[in-house]
Design a protein around this ligand. Structure first.
Ligand code: SAH
Ligand code: AVI
Length: 310
């Protein structure tokens, strides 16, 4: 094998680990290369994908109320900031912020987002951090208050232990005063499944991009046409699962290893957990937070929780 094709040793190690397990799995963080981030932005505009427009409406209508939970001089640290579109609704209200720190794993996308924000908010220091938020973030103790912001229901992409650990980690940030978290609420199965299996096939392309990415970055030889996107509601675990289903018995070469797929076998690529306000408050309490405020839309599709340290 040509050693030059291994552009991402961390992805190679994760792929070998995840695809050797039964059932096969990959962590959703690997969706977000430049291509995946652009596909996610297209998902946010789909008619079926209600979370983005619903959360945006909640943030827009509730910006004043949310601002009252952010102390003067606070640093706003956003996890999984993506295009930081929703953040602008808060930044427009929060004139006394000392800095905005967007944290995202998609480094090139983050850089471009930070550049655009800097031109819109010339007086606000913007300090982007390209990092994996499932690992401890090193934030300086500069004496100012800090507020975390985690919109999009991206917290729902972590398993319960991971979500608890992340919330505990944020609870321990120096100067922490609050954590604003977007959560998708449990609703009927049809609405949920359609949001993750849209008619235009954009979510399918987002899921399948993972195979293209492994071909590009670790020299794998997936044939994406021989896999299909699947979105399933797992009611017991209150989560939408995304899978890539092998359409045939086939073998794929990844680095030194041959990975075999039976026909119908899947790679479990993402969980998207849904909550009730109560189930989320319980999870938060286990991590040292209390629910200080909760904003939702009229149809209770989505929620924005304001957490305060206990
Ligand atoms: N906050 C935006 C984007 C949500 S998409 C919104 O609400 O629309 C999820 C974002 O989290 C993407 O930008 C992705 O690159 C980022 N992300 C996913 N897993 C991550 C991880 N482990 N560490 C840091 N960023 C991550
Ligand atoms: C980023 N995250 C909250 C999205 C979600 O809804 O779980 C990712 C996504 N996956 C498929 N569509 C959107």
């Amino acid at each position: 094998m040509d050693a030059l094709v291994i552009r991402n040793p961390e992805l190679l190690a994760d792929a070998l680990r995840g695809l050797s397990q039964t059932p096969k799995r990959m962590e959703p963080k690997w969706f977000y290369d430049a291509e995946g981030s652009a596909l996610f932005e297209r998902i946010t505009e789909l008619p079926e994908y209600y979370p983005t427009r619903t959360e945006t409406a909640i943030l827009s209508a509730g910006a004043h109320r949310l601002a009252s939970h952010v102390p003067e001089g606070a640093e706003l640290v956003e996890l999984g900031s993506g295009a930081s579109v929703k953040t602008r609704l808060l930044l427009d209200r929060l004139e006394g912020l000392s800095a905005y720190v967007p944290v995202d794993i998609s480094a090139s996308f983050l850089k471009e987002t930070a550049r655009r924000l800097a031109s819109s908010y010339p007086r606000l220091p913007i300090r982007p951090v390209a990092a994996d938020f499932t690992r401890p973030l090193r934030l300086d103790d500069e004496g100012h208050p800090r507020v975390g912001f985690f919109p999009g229901s991206t917290l729902g992409n972590l398993d319960p232990d991971g979500a608890r650990a992340l919330m505990r980690g944020v609870r321990d940030w120096p100067g922490i005063r609050g954590f604003i978290v977007g959560i998708d609420l449990i609703k009927d199965e049809e609405t949920l499944v359609r949001a993750y299996d849209d008619a235009a096939g954009v979510t399918a392309a987002f899921n399948l991009n993972l195979l293209h990415r492994m071909n590009r970055e670790i020299g794998a030889d997936f044939d994406p046409d021989r896999f299909a996107h699947r979105a399933i509601w797992n009611a017991d675990k209150a989560r939408i699962e995304m899978h890539l289903e092998s359409l045939a018995a086939q073998s794929v070469q990844i680095g030194p290893r041959t990975i075999r797929f039976a026909k119908g076998e899947t790679i479990h690529t993402e969980n998207s957990h849904k909550f009730s306000p109560e189930s989320f408050a319980l999870r938060a309490a286990e991590a040292g937070w209390r629910l200080a405020d909760f904003l939702t839309d009229e149809a209770q599709m989505f929620g924005v929780a304001v957490l305060a340290p206990v």
